[in-house]
Design a protein around this ligand. Structure first.
Ligand code: NAD
Length: 497
């Protein structure tokens, strides 16, 4: 059991400068971001607020390292060894990384230490181990010529990440990008930059050459925008809201038609059929996935679509489950649920709750004593019934511990309700009828569909949405395709008859 987390958090020496060309440097504009921890109001000011000049510096360093071939020309075995070394170093720093993320984002330390950071390390190892088992293609030969198709690095790759799972999302992008031979410039979310700056230090120690791995913190509309608009960036890979995702597409069009990958928001549906025999388990899995981390998970099932015949029973079970997800002190090693990332995010969630009530929905929150610092940002689990299908709380991503209950009489209606969304990240169907499970899972418009489960996850399978949830895939060997382009090479053998 890890002890004295708060004591250690108070004594952290935190790197807040940008990491460019192998060195920690201040923003040349000298600006900083002032902020406090959502856990207890601890002052966290001083993070570099980089601007377009800093982005220019980082892109130039990345471009130079790419042209030199110092990284891209390393063999798969060499790249693999270096990234495995980085994974080992992250493992050794696991406690520190978990504390840094807890301090900045308010998610429970336990989540980071036992779940999120190990997941990031495992993903890094998965990608590193995959590279030398991954082949390019040779086309069936003609009599006097041969064509082969190779994956080539894009060049300088820009990566923009959100705050809700800082290292997992970063690794999902920088690992395949580096392994394909690119040099990267990472712009982390202004709310959560400390752990990736720490990883930059470890990356250098692991042997990643200077200029290949750069981290440039700052505001999205300044540093993020400059990166996405940069003409010397060949690909931009973003995780965040759909609104900013759309801007990223525009920036690519306005500049150099760079390759774009987008992992955006969601409003994922979970359908509960009357043929589901274990409503208790369905309610428990729903509660875990929507209330864990205060609902700040892109693929959280925030719409439950229940057969009218079983609605009352199911909602009672869900209310009971919700009592297990009361926020508690994130620094307490026993807390399962921590805080919301900021006062601003808390305000946004509370505003949606007000809108739900205003629009006539019936609200439930469990009665609970919340043992948490009075300055902490949090929201209690919230369940809305009597929700209109097209209402604001049924359509917009709240990104908080809020679930809306929608009701249907026939399965076709359930599918219509589920697909009546601008998002298409994940979805789920609960039924013990195999035909129904298969048919409905094929009808659901989502990048990931779960049958009688939710949130199952593994590095070996792709993750990503459709519609306004994004384009492209994170994770699995398919991710390598995102960070490379296919080159066809023809060889003519003139001396062969
Ligand atoms: P956000 O869109 O506000 O910010 C994401 C990143 O984009 C941050 O680094 C931010 O600084 C940057 N950014 C903001 N404006 C920008 C601009 N004009 N140009 C370039 N960059 C800009 O999202 P957030 O609030 O940090 O994260 C929550 C959102 O992320 C939710 O919508 C959630 O669903 C989504 N998300 C999606 C996934 C997924 O895999 N699909 C995973 C995690 C989070």
């Amino acid at each position: 059991m890890i002890k004295n987390i708060k004591y250690k958090a108070d004594r952290l020496i935190i790197e807040k400068r940008a990491f460019i060309n192998g060195a920690f440097v201040k923003s040349h504009g000298g600006k900083i971001i002032n902020k406090v921890s959502p856990v207890d109001g601890m002052d966290l000011s001083g993070l570099c607020a980089c601007d377009s000049g800093d982005i220019d510096r980082a892109v130039a360093a990345a471009g130079k390292s790419f042209e030199s071939g110092i990284w891209r020309n390393k063999s798969p075995l060499e790249k693999k060894a270096i990234l495995l070394r980085l994974a080992d170093l992250m493992e050794k720093s696991r406690e520190r990384l978990a504390i840094l993320d807890t301090v900045e984002t308010g998610r429970a330390f336990k989540n980071y230490y036992y779940d999120s950071i190990p997941k990031a390390i495992a993903a890094l190892r998965y990608f590193a181990e995959s590279l030398d088992k991954y082949y390019d293609y040779a086309v069936p030969p003609r009599s006097n010529s041969l064509a082969f198709v190779t994956r080539e690095p894009l060049g300088v790759v820009g990566i923009i990440t959100p705050w809700n799972d800082p290292l997992v999302v970063s690794v999902w992008k920088f690992a395949p990008a580096l392994l394909m031979g690119n040099s990267v410039v990472i712009k982390p979310a202004e709310q959560s930059s400390f752990s990736i700056l720490e990883v930059a230090k470890l990356a250098q120690k692991a042997g990643i050459p200077d200029g290949v791995f750069n981290v440039v913190p700052g505001y999205g509309d300044i540093a993020g925008k400059a990166l996405a608009l940069h003409r010397n960036v060949a690909g931009i890979f973003f995780t965040g809201s759909s609104e900013v995702g759309k801007l990223i597409l525009q920036y690519a069009g306005q500049s150099n038609m760079k390759k774009v990958g987008l992992e955006c928001g969601g409003k994922s549906p979970m359908i509960i059929s009357k043929k589901c025999q274990d409503l208790g388990r369905a309610a428990a899995v729903l509660a875990e996935n929507i209330f864990y981390h205060q609902g700040q998970i892109c693929s959280a099932p925030s719409r439950v679509i229940v057969d009218a015949e079983i609605q009352a029973r199911f909602v009672e079970l869900l209310k009971k489950e919700s009592r297990k997800y009361i926020p508690a002190d994130p620094f307490d090693a026993n807390s399962d649920v921590g805080c919301v990332v900021s006062r601003e995010q808390e305000g946004k969630i509370r505003q949606y709750i007000k809108i739900g009530v205003r629009d006539g929905a019936k609200m439930f929150t469990p009665r609970a004593t919340v043992k948490i610092n009075p300055r902490a940002c949090y929201v209690l689990p919230t369940i809305f019934e009597d929700v209109k299908i097209d209402s604001v709380i049924a359509q917009e991503e709240i990104f908080g511990p809020v679930v809306v209950v929608l009701v249907f009489d026939h399965m076709e209606e359930a599918v219509k309700i589920a697909n009546n969304s601008r998002f298409g990240l994940a979805a789920s169907i609960w039924t013990n009828d195999l035909d129904e499970a298969y048919h409905i899972s094929r009808e659901l418009q989502a990048g990931i569909v779960h049958v009688n489960s939710y949130g199952d996850d593994d590095d070996t399978v792709p993750f990503g949405g459709i519609k306004e949830s994004g384009v492209g895939k994170d994770k699995s060997i398919f991710a390598f395709d995102e960070y490379s382009y296919l080159k066809t090479t023809w060889i003519r053998f003139d001396n062969i008859e």
